[in-house]
Design a protein around this ligand. Structure first.
Ligand code: ATP
Length: 355
């Protein structure tokens, strides 16, 4: 409940007391997950309407991405499933990456925390991962100069490093966090990662109450899997952030549990932490809906709908922790619908107790 996002927010349109948010179901398990969120929101009388836009890599010749961008620019906020990216076609640009860069969603924020009763290798993990989300290796600049020789260009800029660093220090201050670890590979990438490290280290001088340390990405990976409790807030460039986030999600129970926020100065998009499509689970009612439900709770907090965010969060907690309604990825036998229905029953009980 202490998940406060720094920065000024544009006022969001609210017609008849209700917010409109864009829903991008995406591919794989995304569409069924959005249906679960709709069901939960409708049951809880959440004052949110969805404007659904289909974006899929299989929609050839349709201007789906432009429609999605327009809808998010209009509504300011979106909840999103992952859009499948084809690996075998070099000219194919990831719609996920394009969406984040065109909306300038520069910070990806994940909160990885162990949940009692959910099996995990370590106890008491509580780490916030803050990843630069728009540049670095994701600049999409690759070409084959002559056959057999490829240039992949990694671009980093002081301006973008400064804003992700500012986000990390402000986030830590606002949420009572004590330490920031900057993850880098400045021993090899001397200029690029060197700049990343220097900018963050310089900024740390302005935040005397927050302990600052730096760690090389390979050591950070090892430290995470062996002693993850040492980390509080980690700030990372784009690609290392992607990998470290997946390690951290795996440590607290896997891709079905953690949500991820994409925050920019104008817009915010909420999705799952590991951004999986989970295609092999689609249509089977097997995928864990927790990560999506938590993404919807993050979104409600961003919209200042705190009553509903807490209601759904408490009901989900009872489902997972007290009643141990676990899907197969957590070693249980329950379906996604069981998790959702149990959460709705808990919502009802909480509301009855309030009356
Ligand atoms: P596929 O998409 O066919 O599952 P993949 O390798 O692309 O294959 P990802 O979507 O990247 O898989 O997901 C990685 C792994 O995490 C897969 O084993 C997938 O089944 C699992 N996974 C993803 N989302 C969930 C979820 N919500 N609940 C449980 N398992 C999940």
């Amino acid at each position: 409940r202490t998940h406060k996002i720094p920065g000024q927010r544009l006022p969001l349109a609210k017609y008849g007391g209700r917010h409109t948010v864009t829903a991008l179901p995406g591919d794989g398990i995304g569409p069924e997950m959005i249906e679960h969120i709709r069901k939960i929101f409708s049951f809880c009388h959440v004052p949110v309407n969805f404007e659904e836009v289909q974006v899929s890599s299989s929609l050839v010749g349709v201007n789906d991405l432009e429609a999605a961008l327009l809808a998010i620019e209009r509504n300011g906020v979106a909840i999103k499933g992952n859009i499948e990216t084809k690996h075998d076609d070099p000219s194919f640009k990831s719609r996920n990456v394009e969406l984040r860069s065109r909306l300038d969603l520069y910070a990806n924020i994940l909160h990885c925390v162990t949940i009692p009763t959910v099996p995990s290798r370590h106890k008491d993990i509580d780490v916030v991962l803050i990843r630069e989300n728009t540049e670095g290796e994701y600049s999409g600049l690759e070409h084959e100069t002559v056959p057999g020789i490829v240039e992949s260009i990694k671009i980093v800029t002081r301006e973008k490093i400064e804003r992700i660093a500012r986000m990390a220090f402000e986030y830590a201050t606002l949420n009572g966090r004590k330490k920031i670890t900057a993850v880098h590979k400045a021993n090899i990438q001397k200029l690029g990662d060197g700049l990343f490290l220097k900018v963050i280290r310089d900024m740390s001088e302005e935040y005397k109450n927050i302990k600052f340390e730096s760690m090389i990405v390979d050591n950070a990976s090892m430290q995470l899997v062996s002693r993850p409790q040492q980390f509080d807030v980690m700030v990372m460039p784009n690609l290392y952030g992607n990998i470290i986030s997946n390690i951290a999600c795996g440590l607290v129970g896997g891709p079905g549990l953690v949500s991820g926020m994409n925050i920019g100065s104008k817009y915010a998009v909420f999705e799952t932490g590991t951004r999986n499509t989970g295609t092999s689970l689609a249509g089977k009612d097997l995928a864990n809906p927790t990560a999506f439900i938590r993404a919807s709770i993050d979104m409600l907090r961003y919209l200042d709908c705190h009553y509903h965010a807490n209601l759904i969060s408490d009901a989900l907690w009872k489902t997972l922790v007290e009643q141990r309604v676990h899907t197969r990825d957590l070693g249980g036998q329950h379906s996604a619908s069981d998790v959702v229905n149990c959460t709705l029953q808990n919502v009802e009980k909480i509301m009855e107790a309030e009356r």
